[in-house]
Design a protein around this ligand. Structure first.
Ligand code: FAD
Length: 284
């Protein structure tokens, strides 16, 4: 493995100072479950890693002013334990099929976002919950929709001197439900062939609001907005759900690779968007 310097700042200010050296090969290090694999494979060649495990400002999950605030260093395992997180079905379901218990104990939500893999499992549920991402640097703080943060495979809108500090998920007072499914080639420790997250807001037998997010079927995790439009303000029935699933399978842009063909992925989007909409509706 290539040599690198490891910095272990004790607080956020020191971590931001370290990143502000304005050197493109200074990178944050959270759980290391992607970064260390990438260094070994020479996909990443950092001169300096800024380890975040002692930065308490990046921890914690709180509920304030109609938002759930999830600290960047929240591990995937915490999504299966913390009641503020487990009540969000799609997030809990994604965490439960994420890697294996060992990885889940180290891997963080910011690391999953920072890696920006089109197949990152926590990303579709976060998009379905309409998460905002907060970025912090020595120059200040900015917030943007997570949907605008992903620019392409492993490309994000983060500047080299910025850290992801937290995510903010709006909490609705109205009736909402969500669901997530990951299709892999095996039951555990699999990379997604397709993943689907849906979020619904219900008004009697009508869909008041809906978000559908897809993973592993485009250069970045995506919202299926044309499919959402078909359901918005409509009665929840078989015809509408089938049409939305069909449109979702048309608007995604999968590739052929060694795990599956683009055609198979499209067909599975059709199947799982329909199933997840039905599952979320049953959850009300
Ligand atoms: C065996 C194995 C199985 C896996 N299975 C899955 C799986 O089922 N599903 C899945 O989605 N992924 C999986 N992964 C990938 C990986 O575990 C996840 O992407 C994980 O969430 C990365 O988090 P981390 O804390 O380890 O990030 P790190 O490896 O520390 O960092 C990843 C990237 O994020 C950046 N970063 C980290 N924290 C911040 C921050 N606060 N601000 C800005 N940038 C930051 C780093 O600089 C780096 O670019 C697996 C990996 C392994 C090794």
């Amino acid at each position: 493995m290539r040599d690198f310097e490891l910095l272990q700042p004790k607080n956020l200010a020191d971590a931001l100072d370290a990143l502000a050296q304005n050197n493109a090969s200074v990178h944050p290090l959270a759980g290391g479950t992607d970064m260390l694999v990438d260094i070994r494979a020479q996909r990443a060649q950092p001169d300096v890693l800024v380890a975040l495990q002692n930065v308490n400002e990046l921890r914690g999950v709180t509920r304030t002013n109609g938002h759930l605030r999830v600290g960047a260093s929240t591990t995937i395992a915490e999504f299966l334990k913390n009641p503020l997180l487990t009540e969000h079905d799609a997030l809990r379901q994604a965490a439960s099929v994420f890697a294996n218990p060992l990885i889940r104990n180290s891997a963080t939500i910011a690391g999953n976002i920072g890696s920006a893999s089109p197949a990152g499992d926590m990303l579709p549920p976060l998009l379905a919950f309409d998460a905002q991402i907060e970025l912090v640097s020595k120059n200040g703080t900015r917030t943007m929709p997570l949907n605008e943060f992903f620019l392409g495979p492993r490309k994000t809108a983060r500047n080299a001197n910025e850290l992801i500090s937290n995510l903010q998920l709006p909490i609705s007072n109205l009736q909402t439900a969500s669901a997530f499914y990951k299709l892999g080639l095996r039951q555990a420790d699999a990379i997604s062939l397709v993943s689907v997250a849906v979020w619904l807001q219900r008004d009697s037998d009508m869909i008041r609001d809906v978000r559908i997010a897809l993973g592993a079927v485009a250069p970045r995790p995506m919202r299926a907005t044309r499919a959402e439009e078909i359901l918005h303000g409509q009665i929840f029935n078989e015809t509408n759900v089938k049409e939305a699933a069909r449109v979702a399978s048309e608007e995604c842009a999968p590739i052929d690779d060694l795990r599956a063909s683009a055609n198979y992925r499209r067909r599975m989007v059709n199947v799982y968007v329909r199933r997840m909409l039905e599952q979320a509706w049953r959850n009300f």
